[in-house]
Structures are given as C-alpha cells and as structure tokens.
Write a protein that binds this ligand. Structure first.
Ligand code: TMP
Length: 238
C-alpha cells in the first residue's frame, strides 16, 4: 500500500491517504514534544519503537475484545489503519497519582489511587488541552452521554488488560492516555497509539521511569527506556 497525500501531521505521527478510501497510513515520527510542544527533541528510532509497541498492545487489546483501528503493520514505522473521525478527547486513566493530577489536587506523588480514575481532556492545543467534565463535553457537543459512558468503560477495560499484562512483566502501569474515533458505521474504535509517549511505566523493583517522563524531566536514556518496554512486551509470559 503506497502513501498518497499527507492528510494530517501531529506531534508524534503523520497520517497519509492511500488508495483505499476507508484506510489511512499512520507514520510514527522520531520527534519528541512535551508541555504542549514548548520542549522539543528527536530520538532516532523512537518512531519505529513506538510503532512496534503500539502494534503489539493493540493486538493484545483486540484479542481481549477491544475494537481498534489497526489493520496491519506496513513497515517498521508505518501502520495501515481504518479511517475514523477522531473524538477530540484525550481519555486519561490513572492508577497512581503523578504528573498533572498531583499538581492539580495536591495528592502526594506515587499515591496508589483507590480506583482507576478516568479523566477527559479537550484535544485543543490552543487552549492547552483543558480538563473537561461530562457537562463540558455535552456543552461542546463532543459526545453524547451514552458515548461518554462508553469511553469510560473502554478506558477502564483497557486499563485492566494492560495493567495485568505489564505487571507480569515487572512494570507498573501508572497512567495512560488513549484516543477513540468513529468509523463510517458509527462504531467507536480505539485509535491513535499506546506507547511510552502516552503512558507512564515504573519498574516494579527499581521504581525507574521507563517512559516519556525521561524526556519531560530531562533524565536522559529515553531510547533505552523505550527499548526496555518493548523487550518486556515481547517476553513470552503465559
Ligand atoms: P498528565 O499527568 O501530564 O496529565 O498525563 C497523564 C497521562 O497522559 C500520562 O501517561 C501521559 C499522557 N499524556 C499524553 O499522552 N499526552 C499529553 O498531551 C499529556 C499531557 C499526557
């Protein structure tokens, strides 16, 4: 399948049209951004690592009943995906308090939450991706009440599957962000990516951070961390 016109370029990926109107080609970039692109960088090979990691995790989720946009991998940094209308929400699920939750609510960093917390953020760079409650979502006509409920349920199901998968591999899934889209039949599909760009992983034993916080916080060793996450994913644990 050949890439045709560039349809959209985001911070982490480019989306191209292809000859099938219902499909797109998603190309994972080596670029790294943080704090709404106020901090930028590049890590050669990061795109390929995220493509592989995201492909493996989407396959795992499909096997566990979550519908996704993934069709197949085309190259080391390209996926063929179903074309969807992205719902402009970042659905964040948190198991442990850190990052913006700690800043907003003053909870101690590292506190295990009593339940998986689901939050919605408005995908709007100009507004700085603000936190939304359900009524804000309805007011902005982003999704219906039923759809918001579906997104919460899907977020929690994805969390349950990924949390236990990573725990078996010595990684604590602290939190993550997912995005969903609607295909032309109106089905809600998991879209975008799931990678160390969009999740936080802490090593169970050493508590070492193995995700984009290494870039955000200038800790170094970004690529090594992403490689470590991929190695753990590929470990054959039954
Ligand atoms: P936060 O603590 O900064 O709100 O991040 C929560 C989770 O969402 C974390 O796993 C990182 C991820 N995330 C993104 O994927 N994209 C973003 O733009 C932001 C702010 C967070």
């Amino acid at each position: 399948m050949k890439k045709l016109e560039l349809l959209y370029e985001g911070k982490g990926k480019k989306l191209y049209k292809c000859k099938d109107e219902d499909l797109l080609i998603s190309e994972f970039k080596d670029d790294l951004t943080a704090f709404n692109a106020q901090k930028t960088g590049q890590e050669k090979g990061k795109g390929a690592l995220n493509c592989k990691i995201s492909t493996e995790l989407f396959k795992l989720l499909e096997e566990n009943g979550i519908k996704t946009h993934l069709v197949k991998t085309l190259s080391e940094n390209e996926q063929l995906v179903k074309k969807v209308d992205i719902i402009p929400l970042e659905v964040v699920v948190r198991n442990v308090a850190t990052g913006s939750l700690v800043k907003r609510l003053g909870i101690k960093d590292g506190t295990v939450l009593p339940f998986a917390l689901v939050e919605f953020y408005y995908k709007d760079d100009e507004l700085g991706d603000p936190l939304l409650n359900d009524e804000h979502c309805l007011l902005l006509d982003i999704a219906s009440e039923n759809e918001l409920e579906t997104l919460k349920i899907l977020g929690r199901e994805i969390n349950t599957i990924l949390k236990s998968f990573f725990l078996k591999r010595g990684l604590n899934l602290i939190d993550f962000k997912v995005e969903f889209g609607k295909d032309k039949e109106g089905n809600i599909l998991l879209s975008d990516e799931i990678s160390p760009d969009s999740c936080r992983f802490w090593d169970v034993k050493t508590k070492e951070k193995l995700d984009k916080d290494r870039f955000r916080q200038g800790l170094g060793g970004v690529k090594m961390a992403y490689e470590e996450v991929l190695d753990r994913i590929l470990k054959d644990i039954k």
